[in-house]
Design a protein around this ligand. Structure first.
Ligand code: GLN
Length: 472
């Protein structure tokens, strides 16, 4: 029962409704905390917008009106979401002065529920990275140790949640960007099933794996936000109508005990894994077996296959998506003699090194003479990965995995070796290629635990996470 009770959203809701705190005072205090913070998580504070909304909530409270559960709750937005009239930079020079012309569907649903966005959060530019150091706003710092990275790409969002500057934040996850920073900052981060939440109004990185998802300090808040933002949207053809995750189901420990669990042997008995992460993961598996849970060791694709498949596709898709940034329609534009030069100078001056590496790599794998051999091969491998997931989830309900093979890096280390950075995504990218729902929970290993189920089985994921919480 204990986790049903733990909810910052429910607590704040009660405090607002009972006039323990005014919404204006609440929002002001969070903005002040962000202003005096040292983790460098805020690209833009939405001060006027947020305080205006807070006053509206206070009028309702003064009139004795019943507030909705999310009404007046301050939250953060990774700086890749559009909120009409507000900046959206993707942490890039290119869009540093860009103003959103419309509002993302997920954000609109939260606005409709009365939640209040207070900050656009630092992240890796266009989602390209695993540390929130590939950003023109300077690196974000880890919430628990300022010498360490925040993780990425949704690093600012995870740190804001961990430091309680926001009640929850919306991150974006293409290959691990919600799960890994959540793990690095010891909070919860959910990558929902691909298509559960509309991507309309979130800047595209790799469209075939991009998902919107919540980061929060407890499971109940994850559940509340997930239900609020899910649903079919005619503006995103990949969306479907999903079932709400029920709170009674989430806390049903008996249901969780009957779930069959699997883990990938080759993820764990591997030279690349840190000894401490390996030992604590094995300990957790043993503990589950001791509790009578059925646990199966499974074989999966090697991590190098997963990383190469993911990066081939992600680079190809981001090269295509970012072709629209040429100085004509969005953001900065360099002056030059000819149109071709305007494109070339604008793009070389306004993208970071890491983003350029991905655009060049992506265009290479898509180009004539290479696409057959590289891009099409990655497409075929992805189909095989998908089929393997489908057959495995016919046998097990849950797959457990560490979030990362290594501990949290110190600031400055990751940028030196891009290949090492790509390899640090070894455990997260596979579940993205499968479009599966995966939660990163702050337990099991020092960088957290991934809990995955078959498509659209978020209920099982949250139920098992709640069960694990009660075990520990
Ligand atoms: N680190 C991975 C990458 O750089 C994932 C990033 C993401 O999910 N946006 O592609």
């Amino acid at each position: 029962m204990k986790n049903k009770m733990v909810s910052d959203i429910r607590q704040l809701h009660a405090d607002l409704q009972n006039k323990k705190i005014s919404c204006e005072a609440l929002v002001k205090s969070k903005l002040e905390e962000l202003k005096s913070s040292t983790e460098n998580t805020a690209n833009f504070l939405l001060e006027d917008f947020a305080l205006g909304k807070a006053k509206e909530v206070d009028v309702k409270i003064a009139n004795g009106e019943e507030l909705g559960l999310l009404e007046g709750i301050p939250f953060g937005l990774k700086d890749v979401y559009l909120l009409q009239g507000q900046p959206a930079s993707a942490s890039s020079d290119f869009l540093k002065s860009y103003v959103s012309p419309y509002t993302a569907t997920a954000v609109q649903k939260l606005l409709d529920a009365g939640a209040i966005p207070i900050v656009k959060e630092n992240c890796d530019a266009f989602g390209h990275g695993s540390s929130t150091e590939n950003t023109v706003f300077g690196p974000a710092k880890n919430a628990l140790d300022s010498n360490k990275v925040a993780g990425g790409s949704s690093g600012g969002s995870a740190v804001n949640v961990a430091k309680k500057y926001t009640t929850f934040s919306l991150g974006g996850d293409t290959g691990g960007s919600i799960r890994q920073p959540a793990g690095y900052n010891k909070v919860y981060g959910l990558k929902p099933t691909y298509g559960r939440i509309s991507r309309y109004g979130i800047m595209a990185y790799a469209s075939s794996t991009d998902v919107v998802g919540p980061i929060a300090r407890n499971l109940e808040d994850i559940r509340i936000v997930l239900n609020a933002i899910s649903g079919q949207d005619f503006r995103d053809q990949t969306t479907y109508e999903s079932k709400e995750v029920d709170s009674e189901e989430m806390i049903n420990a008996d249901g969780a005990k009957n779930l069959k669990v699997g883990y990938y042997k080759n993820f764990i008995d591997n030279e690349a894994i840190d000894a401490g992460i390996q030992a604590s993961f094995k300990e957790l598996i043993q503990k589950l077996k001791d509790k009578g849970i059925e646990v199966k060791a499974l074989d999966f694709f090697g991590t190098s296959t997963l990383v190469s498949t993911y990066y081939t596709l992600a680079m190809a898709e981001t090269a295509s998506n970012l072709a629209r940034l040429d100085g004509t329609n969005y953001g900065n534009r360099a002056e030059a003699e000819s149109l071709k030069e305007i494109y070339a100078i604008t793009r070389s001056e306004n993208f970071t090194e890491e983003t350029k590496r991905r655009i060049v790599g992506g265009n290479q794998v898509l180009s004539q003479g290479h696409s057959e051999e590289i891009y099409n091969k990655a497409r075929a491998l992805r189909d095989e990965i998908d089929q393997r997931f489908a057959s495995e989830f016919a046998e097990v309900d849950i797959v457990l995995s560490p979030v990362t093979p290594g501990p949290v890096p110190v600031v400055g280390e990751t940028l030196k070796d891009p290949l090492a950075m790509y390899l640090s995504d070894a455990y997260t990218v596979g579940f993205s290629l499968g479009g599966l729902p995966t939660l990163s929970a702050p337990l099991g290993t020092e960088t957290g635990l991934q809990i995955t189920a078959a498509k659209d089985e978020e209920s099982k994921v949250l139920q098992f996470a709640n069960f694990l919480n009660e075990l520990s």
